[in-house]
Design a protein around this ligand. Structure first.
Ligand code: ATP
Ligand code: MG
Length: 140
């Protein structure tokens, strides 16, 4: 087990409903440290670059519009096995499948508007962190 860093995004459906603090409490209760955080509004093009891996999927356009529809909170979480732990705290992509107590079970509105993003592997975590933060902004 190693200390890892992962990129998290609190999505527009959650910032719209003023859920940033409640979601951050879930991360902290799970032992994840928020070592960088900022609230920004993405353009659809910036969201498109971030989610480029999904560009052939039928929901890609809708996803980019949604991610640019209101501010998001981008953050770096650090901790023991942070990538897997964050995804555990988030719950399944579709809130209907998310385990009780997870962020998506409690807060997500639909499979698309599902409150949070979390990196899925060490390589994607490193690339996603670098997309939003400079090294100087990461204070572990
Ligand atoms: P994320 O990458 O946001 O952490 P994830 O890894 O659980 O979520 P992915 O398969 O990577 O899920 O999908 C990326 C995002 O695309 C989802 O979080 C969701 O917002 C959106 N999405 C996924 N599947 C659908 C779908 N069937 N319809 C609409 N939107 C979807
Ligand atoms: Mg994903």
């Amino acid at each position: 087990m190693a200390i890892e860093r992962t990129l998290s995004i609190i999505k527009p459906d959650a910032t719209n409903r003023n859920l940033t603090g409640k979601i951050n409490a879930k991360f902290e209760e799970a032992g994840l440290r928020i070592i960088a955080q900022k609230r920004i509004q993405l353009t659809p093009a910036q969201a498109g670059v971030f989610y480029a891996v999904h560009k052939e999927r039928p929901f890609y356009g809708e996803l980019c519009e949604f991610m640019a529809s209101a501010p998001v909170v981008v953050q770096v979480l650090e901790g023991e096995s942070a990538i897997a732990k964050n995804r555990e705290v988030m719950g399944a992509t579709n809130p209907a499948d998310a385990a009780p107590g997870t962020i998506r079970a409690e807060f997500a509105e639909s499979v698309g508007e599902n409150s949070v993003h979390g990196s899925d592997a060490p390589e994607t975590a490193a690339a996603e962190i670098a997309y939003f933060f400079s090294g100087l902004e990461l204070v572990g």
